[in-house]
Design a protein. Sequence first.
Length: 458
Amino acid sequence: MSDLATLVEVGGPVAALGGGAAYARANHPAVYWSAVGLPVSTLRLMTSYGSVMEACGLTVAPSRLRVLAVKATTRREVRPVPPRRGVIRPTSTGLRLRLRLAPGQEPADVAASAERLRHAWGVHAVYVTTVKPGVVELRLVGYDVLRQVRMPRRLDSPFLTVPVALREDATPFLRDYRAVPHQLTLGATLSGKSMYVRHLISGLARQAVALVGIDCKRGVELAPFASRLSAFATDQEEAAELLPVLVKEMEDRYDLIKARQGIAPDIPDEEITSDIWGLPESERPVPVVLFVDEVAELFLTATKKDEERRDEMVTQLIRLAQLGRAAGIYLEVCGQRFGAELGKGATMLRAQLTGRVCHRVNDEASAKMALGDIAPEAVHAACAIAPDRPGLAVAGDTSGGWSRIRTPYLSLGAAADVCRESAHMVPDVPALKRFRPDMPVRPVEAPSPAVQPHPVTD
């Protein structure tokens, strides 16, 4: 009886500890990883590294010198040599370590064994990146970081760069307009596409950038950010007036660049430029980011006159996509579908949009429109996005690389507050003044009168 009582006394705390660990793993994976997953996975990696590498076929035969040295000093069996392992660096989401590949190995060999390494070391995923010739870095992610998105606290965001989402390898996804000037973002209703745009606008609102919006749904998507917009069009008629002005602004900037290039012999070679970033800061025009929400609305026509207007707008968008980068004009095109069935010029415009982000879509054809021409294998990943994970998307570019990302939650009110607080940063672009939205001035509330103290009486 005494032994049974002892087991009961010991089993109670153990069961409570196990239940707490299970609860933390399900509801607070970051806490569980730091307390339990990190030490367990580190121990597994250190004790089984050699055998796991051998089982994955990542070892090579030892050199003759090594064989002679082992036989001369010990009588143990000479085993194959795994890649040399560097220092294990724990992170808040996993582990990082570098491997120096053995002669004859390549990074693709390690990447092909990533799934085996994941199971062997008990982590959520393993990602392989090349650091330099002969050295790769393994990034082990301990849990699904896209289930509860938490952006890194410290992020260096250069000019025209916005940390908008988190990748599945726990690194931030940065929207860099200097590297990827134009982007196409697709997604069905309630897929998280609007959340993605909110992060972009709120991130750019704090920078010296002119934001221009075209929202043919009467402005319901972009109207909350109107206080920070330099120009805003809410229907096809206004868009047809705004786009030629942007094209003219682009041409004027090219004239400025051309004048600066000037063929004058006294201009040093280092001052000759082919885009606005080579101009002196005092002469450099402010960058412009054009947001087009629900681009299909620009292509819809009902009459012959509408078709002519549509063709003109599409031509102007294509010109901006082809030539806008050097003039500091960038496009952010959003919609639910975007393909040849929209009409003339749609495919040509899509080909100019380097970046692609595809949220959950209603059919495979929509995913192919976004990713099929740059990363065909990413189409299946986009089609597998579940409806209960809004904000989850597949991001790719014309280099063929792609990854899963998820945008953290940002309320509409919070994004609108950022734009109102940054309204004083709206740059002066004379060509866009007549398209600046009229924002009602909030009445200043009079301060409440101070409460006068009453004398204390009996």
